[in-house]
Design a protein around this ligand. Structure first.
Ligand code: HPA
Length: 273
């Protein structure tokens, strides 16, 4: 079910009464990247649980609150904790957070995720600016009756990952101390990590990183005309690339290890957005 416009308004009205200012930029933090929230100045938090019609995150290491505050002088709202289809949410429900942020007035959206490295030139700890994505399985978050107030039934996705924002991120990558690539994110629904054969197929199909999030937020943003800047943090090489088994611990450890540099890089980008 895609809910009517008023459904999202209920959540947005509740938040609007409690937020300290109208935010300019929305940020979604991925697995293991929660510590980035520490860079938010003068934070004001709203628990997801208190927001009517909102979702509750169940994923490990996802906290579950909206944080309003300033980063590099910009007014931001950060989703610390995101929602995934593997938690049992329908794809249509996963449109809720971005639509609510849109109603709060954000002008652009930054998405981050922890992802497996499929491209053999990548290493754990690398960052990838997402230029495009591939989602061959799972429904669209825009499935169901179109909510015309947000956007048209059929919509373009060729500029979904905003070229100007990507150019800014590339420019600022140079002295970030991080290895920053640009490439294609391949969505897999999880919660199991992929099989080595799936990863070989994804590589042939053109995926550079693989993960279980991001695409439904990006598609929802494209529908309502919000420019997106998205990043994968390569937390591990994807299944079968090394002899090692994949673990959540490795994902979170790499996320935490790069969080400080990544957060400094994000702060510089946000300052120039
Ligand atoms: N696959 C899918 N999702 C992930 C991975 C992975 O290898 N690493 C972090 N999130």
């Amino acid at each position: 079910m895609n809910e009517p416009f008023e459904f999202y308004k209920v959540s947005a009205d509740y938040i609007a009464e409690r937020m300290p200012f109208q935010p300019e930029i929305g940020i979604v933090l991925g697995s293991g990247l929660g510590p980035m929230a520490a860079s938010i100045e003068q934070p004001v938090e709203i628990d997801y649980r208190d927001i009517p019609n909102f979702l509750v995150s169940t994923a490990p290491d996802h906290v579950g609150k909206l944080i309003f505050g300033r980063i590099s002088g910009k007014k931001v709202v950060c989703m610390s904790g995101r929602f995934h289809s593997y938690e049992g949410y329908d794809f249509e429900q996963l449109s809720i957070p971005v639509r609510v942020l849109k109603l709060l007035g954000i002008r652009s959206l930054i998405l981050t995720n922890a992802a497996g490295g499929v491209n053999l030139d990548f290493r754990p700890g690398d960052i990838m600016i997402i230029s495009d994505h591939i989602k061959l399985n799972g429904a669209s978050p825009l499935r169901g009756k179109n909510v015309d107030e947000f956007g048209p039934r059929f919509f373009d996705t060729t500029r979904m990952y905003d070229p100007e924002l990507r150019a800014l991120a590339k420019k600022l990558a140079e002295d970030s101390g991080l290895r920053v690539h640009e490439g294609v994110y391949f969505f897999m629904p999880g919660p199991q990590f992929e099989t080595p054969a799936e990863i070989r197929a994804i590589r042939i199909l053109g995926g550079d990183t693989v993960g279980m999030s991001t695409v439904k937020e990006a598609l929802t943003a494209a529908h309502c005309g919000l420019p997106v800047l998205a990043f994968s943090v390569v937390t591990n090489m994807a299944a079968g690339v090394t002899q090692n088994a994949l673990t959540t611990e490795e994902v979170n450890e790499t996320g935490h290890a790069v969080a400080e540099k990544f957060s400094a890089y994000m702060q510089r980008i946000i300052g120039e957005m």
